[in-house]
Design a binder for this molecule. Structure first.
Ligand code: SF4
Ligand code: SF4
Ligand SMILES: [Zn+2]
Length: 249
């Protein structure tokens, strides 16, 4: 499960602006700052139509139509201060555009202009965080809560639970929100019975994975890609295993 999580954050590719040619910048911000901001704009990723630059047959530093998307921007504040948004970027591929039009990049004062050409490429989170397709990915064991017949219904476990997992209903303690349990064991420690009348453990082979996509790819696609990459790594490992028999055996 942790291998899958790590692959999600470091190996599932997504598109991000990787190179910029600034034609004109009369704003107060330096070119480098603008380039950094542009790189961090999440882009909708078309994984099926593009190659990672290192895997593209072109093997060109500049890239080709199969490994690079060009986006242009040309905005001038003619009459008054103008905010430049991600939506001002014009992409050559309508499938590769910012996930939101409302990400501010900078402000142009009257008569200032910003003109640039940006090149987006597929990349991996292990090389730069801008290529991570998720803003968060974490997992926990699926909780298992067992209340034994020794429970006196004192309610101490209900009171102490920071996640409001348990609830007292009449003369019974019930699990109200199992998924919210963090397995912290506070309820077990608070139980006056000896041994405690409540047992909390994590299922051995069941997990809850929480994943928040940046919008670059749908969450299902991210997991599917991560599984495919993990499978590839395992096959590589399988091929690398060599057994050397000791002479004694
Ligand atoms: S282990 Fe923690 S979160 Fe889970 S039910 Fe007990 S007190 Fe609540
Ligand atoms: S603290 Fe223990 S005895 Fe009290 S209600 Fe919870 S499980 Fe039952
Ligand atoms: Zn190429």
């Amino acid at each position: 499960m942790n291998a899958l999580r790590r692959i999600v954050t470091s190996e599932v590719p997504s598109m991000a602006i990787d190179e910029i040619v600034i034609v004109e910048n009369s704003s107060v911000l330096q070119d480098e700052t603008i380039a950094h901001r542009m790189g961090l704009i999440p882009l909708k990723t078309d994984l099926d139509s593009y190659n990672l630059p290192e895997e593209c047959p072109c093997q060109s530093e500049f890239g080709c139509n199969l490994c690079r998307v060009t986006l242009t921007l040309d905005v001038e504040a003619k009459v008054e201060t103008k905010t430049l948004y991600s939506g001002d970027l014009v992409s050559e591929n309508p499938n590769v555009v910012p996930v939101s039009d409302k990400i501010p990049i900078l402000k142009l004062a009257k008569e200032q202009r910003m003109k640039l050409e940006a090149y987006a490429r597929l990349g991996k989170g292990k090389n730069h965080a801008k290529w991570e397709p998720v803003s968060m990915c974490a997992y926990k064991y699926y909780p298992n809560i067992d209340i034994t017949k020794d429970c006196s219904t004192c309610g101490k476990c209900v009171e102490i639970c920071p996640r409001r997992v348990l609830v007292k209903k009449g003369d019974k303690i019930e699990v109200n929100d199992l998924i919210a349990c963090t397995l912290c064991q506070d309820c077990v420690k608070a139980c006056p019975e000896s041994p405690p009348a409540i047992r909390v453990s994590g299922e051995e082979n069941a997990f809850i994975l929480n994943l928040e996509s940046t919008g670059a790819l749908p969450p299902e696609r991210i997991i599917a890609e991560a599984s495919r990459i993990l499978d590839k790594h395992l096959k590589e490992l399988e091929g690398e295993i060599k057994v050397k028999k000791s002479e004694k055996s």
